[in-house]
Design a protein around this ligand. Structure first.
Ligand code: FE2
Ligand code: FE2
Ligand code: FE2
Ligand code: FE2
Length: 401
């Protein structure tokens, strides 16, 4: 598919009425785990589209530009509703949370294995082990509070066991900012990987911000606020990889290209008929957004989009099982942390590092992500894990701690 040539749906025809937007939710016991994941990710992509376009509008003093932006933004908002309303009301916040962390694990793991830039790959590997641990913490809370085993949600695709322990993920903000990329040297695969991950992590951050206080007990509330702060760190990390020199018009074109690329990727893999139809419909809308964005870049930014992006999409992002890969990274990198822009083994840090100081301040007085496991062990004699390939590959994480 060549997004520069393909004809999408005319923008004026893209409005849907309320009943068309009020999507029939999936059945939470029957939906494919990766259909749930694709929906969660595309919701994050549409949220980013809307928020980005609002920011763009606030930085433009041209009323025509603002009108074009308002038009596509209204459609992005409709798309967000159509996608996010696939989640049924009987899927609890905690169950949805398991879906969010499965997205983070399997999406990041795919990118690690399909990332041409070694520095960016290192950053992805680093983040991977952190979200992997979140899945474990939330899964323990889910079993304890609702008696539900998270393996029912993740299927036989994703393991659940400790990653880099969440308590150890709390770093100084200076240590979360990575080296920024240069669009002229960055491959399109890297650009798509980073844009996608920023939107996904940002939506996870938003979600925990908003739902974390709806839990009734103190442990659950504590877990969401603690992990919510890590998602803030993750957004900081991933967004810093982007090229900050891109103009608003260039960023617009990249966003729309990214949306076309993702809907096109997922349309091809989707096993759920209703979801597949939705991805197809949204792709035809995005192709038109992309055409309009290219025109705006030409008119107002005096640039050709063909100079920025190739006619052929990079390799399609795929949700698939990454059990062996995650275990390999666990074995090799669980003891890593970050120092300024670099990912380093923890034992190379000085005693008075920013990391050590931050850990001392934030973790004084107990850590919810540890309390949830202690509580689970107290009640059920052990922590909850879902292992597909034997015991934990890291000695110190073989037993609950
Ligand atoms: Fe969109
Ligand atoms: Fe996470
Ligand atoms: Fe994350
Ligand atoms: Fe769009």
């Amino acid at each position: 598919m060549n997004p520069f040539k393909e004809k999408g749906m005319p923008i004026e025809k893209q409005f849907r009425n309320w009943s068309e937007l009020n999507t029939k939710p999936f059945n939470k016991d029957e939906v494919h785990p990766y259909t749930r994941c694709r929906g969660i990710l595309m919701n994050g992509i549409e949220v980013e589209a809307a928020i980005f376009l609002h920011q763009f509008a606030r930085h433009s003093n041209d009323i025509d530009v603002k009108r074009h932006i308002a038009m596509s933004r209204r459609i992005e908002q409709q798309q967000q509703k159509a996608v996010n309303w696939c989640i049924p009301g009987d899927q609890s916040i905690l169950e949805t949370t398991i879906g969010y962390e499965q997205v983070a694990v399997d999406l990041t793991a795919w990118m690690c294995q399909n990332e041409p830039d070694p520095y960016v790959k290192q950053v992805f590997d680093f983040g991977l082990l952190e979200d992997f641990d979140h899945l474990y913490r939330y899964a323990n809370l889910l079993e304890m509070k609702q008696g539900i085993k998270a393996e029912k949600l993740v299927g036989k695709y994703t393991e659940i066991m400790p990653g880099r322990p969440t308590a150890e993920e709390h770093r100084h903000p200076f240590d979360d900012v990575r080296k920024s990329g240069n669009r002229k040297k960055m491959s399109v695969q890297t650009l798509m990987n980073v844009l996608t991950l920023v939107a996904g992590e940002q939506q996870t951050m938003n979600y925990y911000m908003n739902v974390g206080n709806t839990l009734e007990d103190s442990i659950g509330r504590g877990l969401y606020l603690e992990i919510g702060q890590i998602e803030e760190q993750h957004v900081t990390q991933y967004e810093s990889l982007l090229d900050p020199s891109a103009s608003w018009y260039e960023m617009l074109v990249m966003h729309e290209y990214n949306e076309c690329y993702l809907y096109n990727s997922f349309m091809e893999q989707e096993v759920d008929t209703a979801a597949k139809k939705l991805w197809e419909l949204h792709l035809s809308m995005e192709l038109e957004h992309f055409r309009i964005a290219c025109e705006m870049l030409k008119t107002y930014g005096k640039k050709d989009a063909e100079e920025l992006l190739p006619a052929e999409f990079p390799k399609a992002i795929t949700f698939e099982s990454n059990v062996d890969y995650v275990r390999e990274v666990l074995r090799e990198q669980v003891e890593f942390t970050a120092q300024e822009t670099e990912i380093v083994p923890k034992d190379t840090l000085k005693k008075d590092s920013l990391y050590a100081k931050t850990q001392g301040v934030l973790n004084a007085g107990g850590v919810p992500s540890e309390q949830v496991i202690k509580e689970h062990v107290k009640k059920q004699g052990k922590d909850y894990r879902y292992l597909l390939k034997g015991e934990h590959p890291v000695d110190r994480l073989k037993k609950a701690a």
